[in-house]
Structures are given as C-alpha cells and as structure tokens.
Design a protein around this ligand. Structure first.
Ligand SMILES: Cc1ncc(COP(=O)(O)O)c(C=O)c1O
Length: 468
C-alpha cells in the first residue's frame, strides 16, 4: 500500500464505520466465545508474499468485529466506560494519519503546545485552582507510577535515582484497602515494595479513617521508617468509594507526605460543580490523575495527570541527552521528561476536538443523565423483592445481589451474571464487597439512553426466573 492509496482506503473504512455504528445496538455487547476460538481463524505463519489491501480488509470485516466486545454499545454497563466519542475518533484518525510523534516540542510543536492548552482547559473545566500544570499520559497506571516514583525520590532527597534503594530506610506509602491494583503495581515496580504499602481499611464512610492513618504514620516514624506518600481515591473501581479528601490532605501536609489522588473514573463528574464537594481539598494535592478515556469520551488512551509543581516529577523522570536537545533554544517543554516513555502520541488533538464539538454544556448534560438514570435503575432493583442493592455511589455505579428465599446468594448471583452476559443484550461485570459476590452496574456509555439503562432491570428479571 502506498501513501497515495491511503485516502481511498480510509474512505472505504469510513463506509465500514458507518455500517458498524448503524448496526452496533443490534450486536451482542460481548461475543459468546471461549479463549482460543478466535485464534482458529488466523493463519499461524507470517505471510511471505504481499497480499492485497482488499483481501486483508475483507478478512478484518469477516472475523474481527464478531470477536470483539463492543465498548461503545449503548448497553455496555461493565467495568467502567471507555467512551470513544465520534469527535475523538475523528481526531484520532487525523493524528494517526499524520503518524504524529510528540516526544519533544520540536518533533511536533502543535502537539506539545496544544497539550499545554487543553490540559489547562480541563483544569478550568474541573474547577481546579490556577497554577496546576499537567500532561497527558497513556493511562492512569502510568500516571500513578510516575507519582509514586516522585514520592520515592522526594522522600530520599533524590538519592534513589543514583544510588538505588539498597541500604536506605523503608519508605511507606499509605492508601485505603480499596484502591485500584495500579497503586500496588506502582509501589512494587518503584522498588518501595508492596509490603510498604500500608492499606488502611475503609471506615463506615467508605474513606480512610483519619485517626487510623495518623496512628499508622506515627508508628512508622517510631519504628524508624520514612512516610513518603499518601494516595487517595475519588470513586474507586470496585464500588465507587471516595476518601474524605480535605482532612486527609491536611494530615498528609502535617507529615510532609507527597500526595496523589486517583480520580481516574469519577474525575469526569467534577465537570459538574454540584459534585465538587466530593473532592473538597483536591487543590492541596501534589498530583491528580483522571482519565478522559473513561467517561468523558476521549478515545483510549488519554489520561491527564495534573501536577501542582511539575519540577519534582521532571527531576525524577527527565533526561535530556545531546541527541534530544533543541538547539539554540533555552526554555522548552518536552513532555517526555514528565513521564516514562520517550515516544508520545498526539493525544491533545482528541481533547481539542471533543471539547469544542460537544462543549462543556453537552458533556455535563451527559454526565448528569447517566447519574440520574443509574439512580432510577438502582431504585428499581431496591424496590424489587427479588434483589438487594448492596452498594450505592454518587457517580452512576451501584451493586446488587440476587435474593434466594430472602437471602443474598453469591452462587445464584454469579449464575445470573453468566446468563445475562451469555445472552449479550447487555454486559455487566462483578466485584467482591464485604466478601459478597455482587453484580456491578456502571452507567456511562455515550450512546446509552434512559430506556437502555432501565432495561437492565427487565433483563435481570427475565434470567432470574431461570434460577429461582
Ligand atoms: C479508579 C481507577 N484507577 C486506575 C485505573 C487504571 O486505569 P488505566 O487503565 O488508565 O491504567 C482504573 C481503571 O479502571 C480505575 O478505575
């Protein structure tokens, strides 16, 4: 394939895109396949001879879509949404078509400068204080890893980068026992070690308990350890739990801890001023991550890390060898120095398209609708004697169990989930909370309607009858 043919094939692919989206709601959300089924459709040896674009494209159409889970389906209520709004897909295809590479300012000036501007648009949109800077990471996992590396180096006076951790005091990171696994991963990979991640049980308000945290910090200091950082959640993955940010931030400041807030999913809701009380104190954080690639509609991948002062993170991660210098320019922003990989995609473009094409007003309407519809659905389950709502959150996520003879049953709830997902009309996933197996309902698809959301109750009832 030559560049001069690309436009033709992109036009052909655009026709397929039209067909895909016009038939999407009729497809099963998740294919009913077993591991290995799809591999049987692939040739296991590499092609020696060139094949026609047409043949490859035909194969794609024939085998790939039917073996995909359709995250843009209006009845996708699993995990968290990974919304790829049409505006962001459009932008992404333009950036892909240019083969953009945004590692340095001079490797794509528009990408770097647009990144600075759209990150600040998002800062304003979320109501964060002036002064926060930020960058676009691939994922929240990377952003959190960068924050933990910075915590480590701040606590070590930046000696770990050169001397390693051997022989240094134990560093301690604090978080709730409900944080996303990316926090464990970051602490493992940073060399701090998972045993030095102090996981504090959620209290009855689903937050880290202030006194328990302070006692733990004091004990660690007495034991000769170094408290390095605190990681708080806004809208945790399992049940949407949020820490009580303001008092915990004050405590962190008292002990000189570096602080990071994981708002990967629920951060989007902060576009709506009425929810901002839920992260009161956020402006005290050193680092905050939120993923526009979840709820907000910026096609994966797109994760914003706000930093109160990027200097510490740049000092931790940034390297500028001679071959990456920008000649004859003294001050230049090279976003690779804020993160781990050198090569970077032009992610700012999809935020620029997304925010302009929908505007904050439409985005807020969508978020509010999802939250209201999820509550309506939760109420349907709550008032149905066959189900029990187990957890509720302010952000469009709740969990429920199936009741058997008036009692919640893990086994029957699991059976119900499997029946619902094998059917394919909607897709739901599970979690464990207080040792109970529960079905999670997460409302957040761009295309979902109130009718789609409320339909989940009827679907659950249809399959319940096959169980009890
Ligand atoms: C609260 C929270 N934090 C972090 C992550 C990790 O996100 P990413 O896939 O961007 O690494 C998730 C993913 O669902 C999440 O829900």
């Amino acid at each position: 394939m030559k560049y001069h043919e690309l436009g033709y094939w992109l036009t052909e692919s655009a026709k397929w895109v039209d067909h895909y989206y016009s038939t999407l709601s009729k497809r099963p959300v998740r294919p009913n396949l077993s591991p290995g089924d799809f591999t049987k459709k692939l040739s296991l040896s590499p092609p020696e001879k060139a094949q026609s674009v047409k043949a490859v494209f035909e194969d794609f159409k024939n085998i790939v879509p039917d073996a995909m889970t359709h995250w843009q389906h209006p009845k996708f209520f699993a995990y968290f949404p990974a919304n790829a709004s049409p505006a962001s897909i459009f932008a992404e295809s333009l950036s892909n078509s240019m083969g953009a590479q945004a590692m340095l300012w001079q490797t794509s000036p528009a990408a770097t400068e647009m990144e600075t501007v759209v990150v600040d648009w998002l800062r304003q949109a979320l109501g964060l204080k002036d002064g926060f800077k930020g960058t676009i990471q691939d994922t929240a996992t990377t952003a959190t890893f960068c924050a933990v590396l910075t915590m480590r180096e701040k606590a070590l006076g930046f000696s770990g980068l050169k001397d390693g951790l051997y022989g240094s005091k134990k560093l301690k990171i604090y978080a709730s026992d409900n944080v996303h696994s990316s926090i464990e991963k970051a602490v493992r990979l940073s060399g701090i070690g998972e045993n030095n991640l102090c996981k504090i049980k959620l209290d009855e308000n689903l937050s880290i308990n202030h006194n328990e945290l302070e006692n733990k910090i004091k004990k660690d200091i007495n034991d000769g350890h170094v408290p390095a950082g605190l990681i708080l959640s806004l809208g945790g993955t399992s049940i949407g739990a949020s820490d009580d940010i303001l008092p915990l931030m004050s405590l962190a400041k008292k002990y000189g801890l570096y602080t990071h807030i994981d708002a990967a999913w629920a951060g989007s809701a902060m576009l709506c001023p009425e929810f901002r009380y839920l992260w009161e104190g956020v402006d005290m954080a050193d680092s905050i991550v939120f993923n526009p690639h979840k709820w907000l509609g910026a096609q994966f991948d797109c994760s914003i890390q706000f930093l109160k002062d990027p200097t510490d993170q740049i000092n931790t991660l940034g390297l500028r060898p001679a071959y990456l210098e920008t000649l004859d320019v003294e001050e230049v922003t090279n976003y690779n120095e804020w993160t781990i990989p050198l090569g970077r995609r032009f992610r700012a473009l999809k935020i620029w398209f997304l925010m302009r094409i929908y505007g904050l007003e439409q985005l807020r309407d969508m978020l509010r609708n999802h939250i209201v519809w999820a509550k309506e659905l939760e109420n349907l389950f709550e008032s149905d004697e066959n189900f029990k709502v187990i957890t509720s959150s302010p952000f469009g996520l709740f969990t429920f169990q199936l009741l058997s003879e008036g009692q919640g049953s893990d086994e029957d709830t699991k059976k119900l989930l499997n029946l619902i997902n094998a059917d394919g009309e909607c897709y739901l996933t599970q979690t464990l909370t207080s040792k109970k197996f529960v079905i999670r309902v997460s409302v957040g698809s761009f295309e979902t309607t109130r009718e789609d959301v409320l339909r989940v109750h009827a679907i659950a009832n249809k399959f319940r009858k096959a169980i009890n």
